[in-house]
Design a binder for this molecule. Structure first.
Ligand code: NAD
Length: 269
């Protein structure tokens, strides 16, 4: 029987989440998506109007089917956690049941259970500010949205200095990598669930463009990585499909680099 996957953090067809959904779909998984509430409307409209049909194409020529799209805001666990200005915001008012706990309950009601959970989202409101100048609120927001979960996406900024990746996002990724290890232990012992994170190289996604230096990072990687080619989202998607499959049955608590080997370099040449 095919596995059922929930991928949180898909709002267009450019990012890692979309590519991961495709690779999982190509491997036979049923696809459920969690889309950030303020982005939901435009994503669903574009999907319905066929704007993504070209990029829905799977290797066998069929189109990826998305069984259901859930509205999600990953920084709120329950409705009690949601401040008034967001509750009454008109981009949120049209949807309901989008806190983490509610989404989990809805998925349970709709499908019973899932086999694969992917966290492919991040939000650092002050990502363009150096850590020294980051406010407490900006820092906490970055950690709140950007860490947690079963397969997730991390970045080398968790362990090495990447100037420009600010606002506490480097801290959020460090928390994510540490949580990957501790959760692997706890969830492994308790539920035999595996937890891993993919440390991905630079991709021109919507989120990455907001940071402001993505083209420079892509050029830097092209120049300095062992493999001198541009990284495609599909390569990250395929790694996620592998990690979610029985082929990776002994891999847990791991940070897997999918970055053309850039992490292994000591100096650029
Ligand atoms: P993306 O824009 O495709 O994905 C980020 C998603 O997060 C968006 O869909 C956005 O709507 C969603 N989001 C933000 N706040 C949210 C919230 N509170 N609740 C629910 N959803 C929320 O960009 P991407 O670059 O593919 O990002 C996916 C993951 O990959 C992130 O964790 C990112 O840090 C990581 N990553 C990206 C790169 C890169 O160069 N693009 C490199 C390494 C790691």
């Amino acid at each position: 029987k095919g596995k059922r996957a929930f991928i949180a953090g898909v709002a267009d067809d450019n990012g890692y989440g979309w590519a991961i959904a495709k690779s999982l779909a190509a491997a036979g998984a049923e696809i459920l998506l969690g889309t950030w509430v303020p982005a939901l409307n435009i994503f669903e409209t574009s999907l319905r109007r066929g704007k993504f049909d070209e990029s829905r194409k799977l290797p066998d020529g069929s189109l990826m089917e998305i069984t259901k799209v859930y509205a999600l805001d990953a920084v709120f666990d329950t409705l009690e956690d949601v401040p008034e200005d967001i509750k009454t915001n008109k981009r949120y008012a049209g949807s309901s049941n989008w806190t983490v706990k509610e989404v989990a309950e809805c998925v349970k009601q709709d499908f019973g259970s899932i086999d694969i959970l992917v966290h492919s989202l991040a939000n650092g409101p002050e990502v363009t500010k150096p850590l020294l100048e980051t406010s407490r609120n900006g820092y906490l927001a970055a950690v709140s949205a950007s860490s947690g979960s079963s397969i997730s996406l991390t970045y080398i900024a968790a362990e090495k200095i990447i100037p420009g990746y600010g606002g506490g996002m480097s801290s959020a990724k460090a928390a994510l990598e540490s949580d990957t290890r501790v959760l692997a232990f706890e969830a492994g012992r308790k539920h035999k669930v595996r937890v891993n994170t993919i440390s991905a190289g630079p991709l021109r996604s919507r989120a990455a463009k907001a940071i402001g230096f993505i083209d420079m990072m892509i050029d830097y990687s092209l120049e300095n990585a062992p493999l001198q080619k541009e990284l495609s989202a599909e390569e990250v998607g395929n790694t996620a499909a592998f990690l979610a499959s029985p082929l990776a049955s002994a891999i847990t608590g791991a940070v897997i680099y999918v970055d053309n080997g850039l992490n292994a370099m000591g100096v650029g040449v």
